[in-house]
Design a protein around this ligand. Structure first.
Ligand SMILES: C[S@@+](CC[C@H](N)C(=O)[O-])C[C@H]1O[C@@H](n2cnc3c(N)ncnc32)[C@H](O)[C@@H]1O
Length: 479
């Protein structure tokens, strides 16, 4: 449901009312980035952190995280009832539930039927109506992600958000006052939930003391690969924005922070809706599944205990590294010395244990790369893993290349989404190409390993013996 947004010109009044301090800086429109923070005068920082006054200081009681949501719940018994029924599963989900209630409160005209107004009720109305993260892209725009590592990730996220929202609708509908505020008359919808998730992901900060939190006003700072400022918590737990030592800025210059330089292009696009190639790690993460015909597939997945993945990254010296802990477990079998046993515990419960060469390695299922080193067929096992990873990356590259979009965005695709997807596709194509090459080199080297040669020779001999035997059996049958 459309709800009135507040013009950014009203932010100084909110800032004043809530005792946030802005020192020689202001929020302004920044071309291509929405709002940002700019200098109202020339600024320069000394060389030591401690000498630099805070450009923005936000009182700690405005910081929004799961602890703050619990505090709000103490003051509002209706919200406490809702949080007890629906929330307390994760910090993120509690903050989103709190923001959903603020959204519903501002969607109705007149005083809220339920819910207590607080600084966030109004601050939320300064935030953008949309963010360019792919969970908020249209179906036509999401087609641009076909073949990239984000294709499956975005679909999975939308399904997870759908399940979260369905649960909120179901559980809160049992509470009359919340049913009336949230659902009667369609005050909020799934689109609001996706938007709040996007706002949370793109605006939450990792505070040094209080961890993952949303901080009003500090969340107006844009990212740069060469940031001029950083945030911190002072001894009073207030969040402060400080110029980096030695930085000089002129009046009107934008002040920026870093959103991190270890995130891949896919992660940047997923979390913030843009890619800055100067500050992204050249890396890629893909999901991996066990062989569909592996009778031990389910046991392997349970024993591994995490979602199996392939990580590929370019190191600072340009070399490509890959790792996939599950690929080793995926490529070994009973005849190699892998065994699953169900142990009965004293309390009657059953436990799945994993044995490798008769040793219990249940706690080391992510460590098979080193566990196989002492196996007489170590080179063969590594060859299997390298082959699986190479095939997987080749399939991914093929999907990426076979779904290349036309040269320009269609009328149903926003230009920014088109450009971001194209950049992601270029980055991922390059890294997949390079990774496939180094896997091929390793495969060729392994194929020359004397143990591999002997093993493959033996396998071929056995197979041709079997073929001769089968042929003679067939001949027997014919006769
Ligand atoms: C924490 S908010 C920053 C304030 C935001 N620009 C606004 O208008 O409210 C993060 C969002 O700002 C935008 N943004 C930040 N840095 C950017 C950059 N370097 N290039 C493009 N967009 C950027 C992205 O939309 C991102 O999701």
């Amino acid at each position: 449901m459309p709800r009135p947004a507040l013009p950014i010109q009203d932010l100084p009044a909110w800032v004043h009312l809530n005792e946030v301090s802005f020192n020689q800086v202001e929020v302004a429109s920044i071309e291509g980035k929405g709002y940002g923070v700019v200098c109202k005068t020339d600024l320069s920082a000394g060389n030591a952190d401690s000498n630099n006054p805070a450009l923005i200081s936000v009182p700690h009681d405005l910081v929004l995280n799961s602890t703050a949501v619990s505090e709000y719940a103490k003051e509002d018994k209706n919200f406490r009832q809702l949080l007890d029924a629906v929330g307390r599963r994760s910090g993120r989900a509690d903050v989103l539930l709190f923001l959903l209630v603020q959204t519903a409160m501002t969607s109705r005209s007149g005083p809220p039927l339920v819910g207590v107004s607080n600084p966030w009720t109004e601050y939320l109305r300064f935030l953008p109506e949309t963010v360019l993260v792919p969970t908020l892209w249209t179906e036509d725009e999401r087609l641009l992600l076909q073949g990239t590592s984000l294709e499956a990730a975005v679909n999975a996220k939308i399904s997870a958000l759908d399940a979260e929202f369905a649960q909120i609708v179901e559980k809160s509908s049992d509470i009359a006052c919340w049913r009336e505020l949230l659902w009667d008359g369609g005050t909020v919808s799934f689109t609001d939930w996706i938007r709040l998730d996007a706002l949370y992901r793109s605006r939450c900060l990792e505070l040094p003391v209080h961890g993952e939190s949303m901080v009003p006003c500090i969340d107006m700072l844009n990212h740069s690969a060469t940031p001029s400022a950083y945030y911190d918590e002072n001894p009073q737990d207030d969040v402060v924005l400080l110029l980096r030592p030695g930085i000089s800025l002129a009046e009107g210059d934008e002040i920026t922070i870093s959103y991190g330089d270890a995130k891949s292009a896919a992660e940047m696009l997923f979390s913030y809706g843009f890619i800055d190639p100067r500050s992204t790690a050249d890396s890629l993460v893909l999901p991996l599944s066990p062989f569909p015909d592996d009778p031990l597939a389910k046991a392997k997945l349970v024993a591994f205990g995490q979602a199996p993945k392939i990580h590929v990254a370019r190191e600072s010296d340009g070399s490509i590294r890959w790792r996939s802990e599950f690929a080793y477990l995926m490529c070994i079998n009973e005849e190699d010395g892998l065994e699953f046993r169900i142990l009965q515990q004293t309390d009657g419960a059953q436990q799945l244990r994993v044995f490798w060469q008769d040793e219990d390695v249940t706690d080391r299922t992510a460590g098979f790369e080193s566990l196989i080193q002492t196996h007489p067929l170590a080179a063969i096992l590594r060859l299997r893993v390298v082959t699986v990873i190479q095939e997987h990356l080749q399939n991914q590259l093929q999907r990426l290349q076979s779904s290349t979009p036309p040269n320009r965005a269609t009328p149903l695709q926003r230009e920014d989404c088109f450009r971001a997807a194209l950049l992601l596709r270029q980055i991922e194509t390059r890294i997949l190409d390079d990774a496939i090459k180094i896997l091929e080199q390793e495969r060729s080297t392994l194929m020359k390993d004397e143990n591999v040669v002997a093993y493959l020779g033996l396998t071929e001999a056995t197979e041709s013996d079997q073929a001769v035997e089968e042929a003679s059996n067939e001949a027997d049958d014919f006769s």
